[in-house]
Design a protein around this ligand. Sequence first.
Ligand SMILES: CC(C)(COP(=O)(O)OP(=O)(O)OC[C@H]1O[C@@H](n2cnc3c(N)ncnc32)[C@H](O)[C@@H]1OP(=O)(O)O)[C@@H](O)C(=O)NCCC(=O)NCCS
Length: 185
Amino acid sequence: MDWKGAEPKLLTPRLLLRPLRLTDASDLLKIDSDPEVTYFRGLAPLSVEESRAQLEKHLRSRWNKSRSWMFWCIRVQGSDEFVGVGMLHQLNKDWREFEVGYSLARSQWGHGYATEAMRAALRFAFRTLRAHRIVANTYPENAASCRLLEKLGFRLEAQQKQSYWEHGAWQDNRQYALLEEEFRE
Ligand SMILES: CC(C)(COP(=O)(O)OP(=O)(O)OC[C@H]1O[C@@H](n2cnc3c(N)ncnc32)[C@H](O)[C@@H]1OP(=O)(O)O)[C@@H](O)C(=O)NCCC(=O)NCCS
């Protein structure tokens, strides 16, 4: 990714997406330790130490030359209330292919925040990073995530059977994609 340093701040009507900071650790733990959130990320809930170690690793990688991840902390404008995180992962530099990810604190679900935040992240990826294709992967039974992707304009490209071994069982995967020419702000 031709981007060095902190993620840029992104504003939406209600939200601010800004770079993560060490002081976000206790808020991040709210999502990292909640089994209802981590389940669909294919993970067991993280401990305080694991969650903090992940945050520290990300903060260090911010300055790497070969950096391929961006993570935003999503907060409500004005109140600064924690909403969740949004991610952008560069899969292939030459083909300008990225993957998006998102996790919101359970108390923030159902307010349209994921739609609003991810639309801003997509705009940044397509307009500033010049992404050509953005993919998203989700469990088929993750109805909120499937609906969110459809709302954002993603097309369902494949339903892969037994694609991952997670939570002690084979899990199917739905792959969605959105091309630059398909993106509507
Ligand atoms: C997926 C997630 C980010 C959605 O967040 P959200 O803020 O509730 O999403 P939005 O409010 O923007 O809603 C997006 C759409 O999904 C719908 N939706 C939300 N929850 C739903 C559910 N449980 N079942 C069906 N549709 C649902 C909303 O109604 C909305 O569609 P609509 O406008 O047509 O009504 C949130 O549920 C989450 O963090 N889940 C746990 C982590 C996770 O699954 N991450 C993704 C891994 S692939």
